[in-house]
Ligand binder design. Structure first.
Ligand SMILES: *[C@@H]1O[C@H](CO)[C@@H](O)[C@H](O)[C@H]1NC(C)=O
Ligand SMILES: *[C@@H]1O[C@H](CO)[C@@H](O)[C@H](O)[C@H]1NC(C)=O
Length: 455
C-alpha cells in the first residue's frame, strides 16, 4: 500500500488527477495506518530477526533488538500495596534483546526521563493533540492508574522503577524513536504549517508520546499474559506448603503461549518469583503491537526440578533476607584462560589487564533493579565506546548514574555484559604492560573475567 507513492504516469492531465487521488489516498491511508499504530511501514515487513536481506529503515524494522521480553515478578515477600494484587503477577518491564540473545542498555541519554513521569503522563496534552495525532486508546491518567496497580517496585518507589525501565530498555527500541513519530506529520500534507512546525518537537510532544507508548504497550502486553490465571488453570495455586514440579509449571504456561517455552526463575528458597515471555515483532514497528510468541532463549531454569514453592503474597520466610541479597562483596577479578584457572593475570583498578603485580580490589554489588555494579578504588566500571569499539574502563569520573550494569554468574563468578560472558584483548600484557579489555570474543585472546571474593 505504501508503494502508491511511486508516480509513473506521464500524461499531464491524468497525472494531476492521479496525484490528487494518490494524495487523498495517502492522507486517508496515513490516518488508517496511524490509527493502527503502524505508521507507514510496508505491510509485508518480515518478522524481526527473520529478514533475509538488510532492511535499513530503522523506524520500520526493529534491529538489533528484535526480541521482546515481557518480564513479570511474583514478589510474595513484599507487604500490602507494594506486592500488588494477591491474584496477579506484577510487571517488571518490556525489554528488547538482540537476535543472538545479548542486549543493549541505556541506548540514548537524550531520550531519558529526567522529569516527574507521573506529572507528564497525568496530562494528556503533554503527548496528544486531538485530530492531529492518532487518538489515545487509553488516557494518561487511566494508564497511570493501571501502572500503579500492576507495575510495582520492590522498593515501594514505583515511578523510579518505571523511569529506570524506560531509560535502560525503552531508549533502545529503535522503531519507537521520536524521530519515527515525525512521520505522522511528514505525510499529512493537509495539516497546517503551524502544526507541522510542532514536528520540530520543541515542546517534547513526540518524545513524550514515545514514552507514553512504551508504558501503554508494556501494560497492554502484560494484561494479555495473566500468569496467575495461566497457572491456576493448570491447577497451580499459591500455597505455604504445597510444591510443584518444573514440568507442571512449564506446561501450564506453555499452554497459554502458543506452545512455546516460557522462562521462569526461583529465589534462593526455591520459590517461583519471576517469569519471562519471549516474542518477535511482526509488521515492522513495535507500535503495531503484533507480538509473536517464541521459545525462551534461556533453557536453564534455576528452579528445583521437583520441589518448587509458590508462596501466597505476604508470606514471610523465617529468614527475612535471602542469602546474598543486597550485600556487596569485595574481591579480585582474574583473567580466566581457556581452562578458566585465572593464571593469566588480573584486572587492575582502571579496568585494564595486567599479568605482573597485585590484583586490584573490586566491589561487586546488586543494583536496585537487578544486575550488578562493579567498582574499584578509582570509581565505577563502565563499558565505554571509542570509535565504535567498546571497552572496559573503571574510574575516570564514572559515577553511579553512568555506570554500566553487569551480570554475575554466581556459580563461577563470571562477569558478563549484555548477556555475554566472553571478553577479549589483542595484546598479551608482559612485564609492566597493560592491555585494554573488550566485551565479546573475536580478538587474539578470548577469556572470562572471574570474580573471586576475598572478604
Ligand atoms: C536484517 O536487517 C538488519 C537491519 O538493517 C541488517 O543489519 C541485517 O544484516 C539483516 N539481516 C540479513 C540476513 O540480511
Ligand atoms: C496540561 O498541559 C497543558 C500544556 O502542556 C497546559 O496548558 C494545561 O494547563 C495542563 N492542564 C492541567 C490540568 O494541568
Amino acid at each position: 500500500m505504501g508503494d502508491s507513492k511511486v508516480r509513473t504516469n506521464t500524461n499531464a492531465n491524468g497525472n494531476i488527477i492521479f496525484i490528487k487521488v494518490t494524495f487523498l489516498f495517502l492522507v486517508l491511508s496515513t490516518f488508517f495506518k496511524v490509527s493502527n499504530g503502524n505508521l507507514e511501514c510496508p505491510i509485508d515487513t518480515p518478522l524481526s530477526c527473520s529478514n533475509k536481506t538488510v532492511i535499513s529503515d530503522s523506524c520500520c524494522f526493529e534491529y538489533p533488538g528484535g526480541i521482546f521480553l515481557q518480564t513479570q515478578f511474583w514478589d510474595y515477600q513484599l507487604e500490602g500495596d507494594k506486592a500488588g494484587p494477591s491474584n496477579k503477577f506484577t510487571l517488571h518491564g518490556l525489554w528488547p534483546d538482540n537476535c543472538d540473545g545479548s542486549y543493549e542498555q541505556f541506548c540514548d541519554s537524550s531520550l531519558n526521563i529526567n522529569y516527574k513521569l507521573d506529572e507528564m503522563l497525568g496530562n494528556n496534552s503533554n503527548f496528544h493533540v486531538p485530530d492531529v495525532l492518532p487518538d489515545l486508546t487509553i488516557t494518561g491518567p487511566e494508564l497511570l492508574e493501571k501502572m500503579s496497580v500492576y507495575w510495582k517496585s520492590n522498593t515501594g518507589d514505583d515511578s523510579s522503577l518505571w523511569k529506570h525501565e524506560y531509560n535502560k530498555h525503552g531508549t533502545c527500541i529503535k522503531t519507537m524513536n521520536p524521530k519515527c513519530y515525525g512521520r505522522w506529520w511528514e505525510d499529512s500534507q493537509s495539516l497546517s504549517n503551524s502544526i507541522k512546525n510542532t514536528a520540530n518537537d520543541k515542546g517534547g510532544l513526540l518524545k513524550n508520546r514515545a514514552v507514553y507508548d512504551y508504558f501503554r504497550i508494556s501494560v497492554e502486553l502484560f494484561e494479555k499474559l495473566d500468569t496467575y490465571k495461566f497457572l491456576m488453570e493448570g491447577g497451580i495455586t499459591p500455597s505455604i506448603d504445597k510444591t510443584y514440579t518444573r514440568d507442571e509449571i512449564s506446561s501450564a504456561l506453555k499452554k497459554h503461549f502458543q506452545g512455546h517455552n516460557v522462562f521462569f526463575k526461583c529465589d534462593s528458597y526455591g520459590a517461583l518469583n519471576e517469569i519471562w515471555y519471549y516474542h518477535l515483532i511482526n509488521r515492522g514497528s513495535v507500535l503495531s503491537q503484533d507480538f509473536t510468541p517464541i521459545d525462551s532463549f534461556r533453557t536453564y531454569s534455576n528452579c528445583p526440578i521437583s520441589k518448587i514453592y509458590y508462596y501466597p503474597k505476604g508470606y514471610k520466610r523465617h529468614n527475612p533476607t535471602p542469602p546474598g541479597k543486597g550485600r556487596s562483596s569485595v574481591g579480585v577479578i582474574r583473567i580466566g584462560g581457556p581452562n578458566g584457572d585465572g593464571s593469566n593475570g588480573f584486572v587492575i583498578r582502571n579496568g585494564h589487564w595486567m599479568t605482573k603485580g597485585t590484583p586490584a580490589n573490586f566491589e561487586v554489588f546488586k543494583s536496585t533493579y537487578g544486575n550488578y555494579y562493579i567498582k574499584s578504588r578509582s570509581g565505577y566500571c563502565k563499558i565505554v565506546k571509542n570509535k565504535d569499539q567498546e571497552h572496559l574502563l573503571c574510574g575516570g569520573g564514572n559515577n553511579v548514574g553512568s555506570a554500566t550494569q553487569f551480570e554475575l554468574e554466581e556459580k563461577h563468578g563470571y562477569i558478563g555484559y549484555g548477556g555475554k560472558f566472553d571478553w577479549y584483548s589483542n595484546d598479551y600484557p608482559r612485564n609492566s604492560k597493560q592491555s585494554v579489555i573488550y566485551p565479546g570474543s573475536g580478538g587474539k585472546y578470548t577469556f572470562k573475567l572471574k570474580f573471586t571474593k576475598t572478604h
